[in-house]
Design a protein around this ligand. Structure first.
Ligand SMILES: [Zn+2]
Length: 276
C-alpha cells in the first residue's frame, strides 16, 4: 500500500467542464439542475473513514442527487469522465499500483466506494484511485462496507501507519518435503483494533495473499536458477547476499509491505534458496 496525493482537481469546475462538453439533451438538463448538490457531496465523502456513509438510493432509476438518477451518474462516468483529461490526470499520478505495488503504471481507475452501489460518488475524484489490472480482476469487492472495520484502505485519505509500517508478513513451511509460502497480515501490536481489522479485511478482500504468492513463486523459480549459476561461477554466499540485497533496494523504497521485500527479508534474514 502506498499513499497517493489527493488529485488536484476542483470538483465544481470539473462538473462545469463535463456539462460544457455535452450536447443539449435531457441528461445535460438534469446535470445543470443538480450540479450544486452534486459538488456539495464532496464534503460528506471527506468523513468517509470516521462515519459510515449509507448509499443514497438502491435503485439506479431513482433520483440520487437532485434530478440525476444512478443511471445518469454511471453514464457520466463511462461516457464523459473516462474520456476526459481528468481520468488521465488521476491515473498518471501513480507510477505503481497503490494496492499491490505492481511496478507497471496502473491502466485503470477504480471506485473506492463502488459505483454500482454509491451512484452519487461515480465521478468524484476523491473516490477514484489508480489500480492495476491484477487488482481490478483479483477480487476487488463491489459491496458496501457494513461497518467501519470493513472500510477499505484509502490511498488519499488514510492513516500513515498503513503506508509506513510493515504489516504484511510471509511464512515458509515444509510439510512432507513440500515447501509452501504464505503471505499474511500481522500489524504492529500498538495499532488500534479497527486498523488491524481493516488491514486484514483489505488484504484478503483484495486477494492480495494470492496475487503476492503468485509473484513470489515466479521470483523463487528465477532466483534459484540465478543463485545456482552464481555458485557455479564460484561466487561466495556473502557476495550473492550483497547482490540480492541491492536487488530489493528499489522495492524497499516503495513500501515495507512490497511482496518482494517481505519475501527476501522474512525471518529477519535475507531469503536465499539453495543456500547451504
Ligand atoms: Zn495492483
Amino acid at each position: 500500500m502506498i499513499q497517493l496525493p489527493i488529485p488536484n482537481i476542483d470538483y465544481a469546475e470539473m462538473i462545469d467542464e463535463l456539462e460544457f462538453s455535452m450536447q443539449a439533451c435531457e441528461k445535460k438538463n438534469r446535470l445543470s439542475q443538480s450540479k450544486k448538490e452534486l459538488s456539495d457531496l464532496q464534503s460528506s465523502y471527506e468523513n468517509l473513514l470516521t462515519s459510515l456513509l449509507p448509499p443514497i438510493a438502491d435503485n439506479k432509476n431513482d433520483n440520487v442527487v437532485g434530478t440525476l438518477t444512478g443511471k445518469n451518474l454511471k453514464w457520466l462516468y463511462t461516457q464523459k469522465l473516462q474520456k476526459s483529461k481528468y481520468y488521465k490526470q488521476i491515473r498518471k499520478q501513480a507510477k505503481v499500483c497503490p494496492f499491490c505495488l505492481n511496478m507497471d503504471r496502473p491502466k485503470t481507475l477504480d471506485h473506492v466506494l463502488p459505483k454500482s452501489v454509491y451512484f452519487e460518488y461515480s465521478i468524484l475524484p476523491l473516490n477514484l484511485v489508480p489500480m492495476c489490472r491484477d487488482c481490478n480482476s483479483g477480487g476487488k469487492g463491489t459491496s458496501r462496507p457494513d461497518n467501519l472495520d470493513e472500510m477499505t484502505i484509502h490511498p488519499y485519505m488514510d492513516a500513515s501507519c498503513f503506508f509506513e509500517d510493515q504489516w504484511v508478513q510471509v511464512r515458509f513451511t515444509t510439510v512432507e518435503d513440500v515447501n509452501t509460502i504464505q503471505y499474511y497480515v500481522e500489524p504492529p501490536v500498538e495499532w488500534s483494533e479497527r486498523n488491524k481489522l481493516r488491514a486484514k479485511n483489505f488484504f484478503y478482500g483484495m486477494n492480495l495473499h494470492e496475487i503476492f504468492l503468485d509473484r513470489a513463486n515466479h521470483e523463487i523459480a528465477n532466483l534459484k536458477a540465478s543463485v545456482i549459476a552464481m555458485r557455479n561461477k564460484n561466487m561466495s554466499y556473502e557476495d550473492i547476499h550483497d547482490l540480492l540485497e541491492t536487488q530489493i533496494t528499489k522495492e524497499s523504497s516503495i513500501s515495507p509491505n512490497h511482496w518482494k521485500v517481505t519475501l527476501y527479508r522474512s525471518s529477519g534474514k535475507l531469503f536465499m534458496p539453495v543456500a547451504s
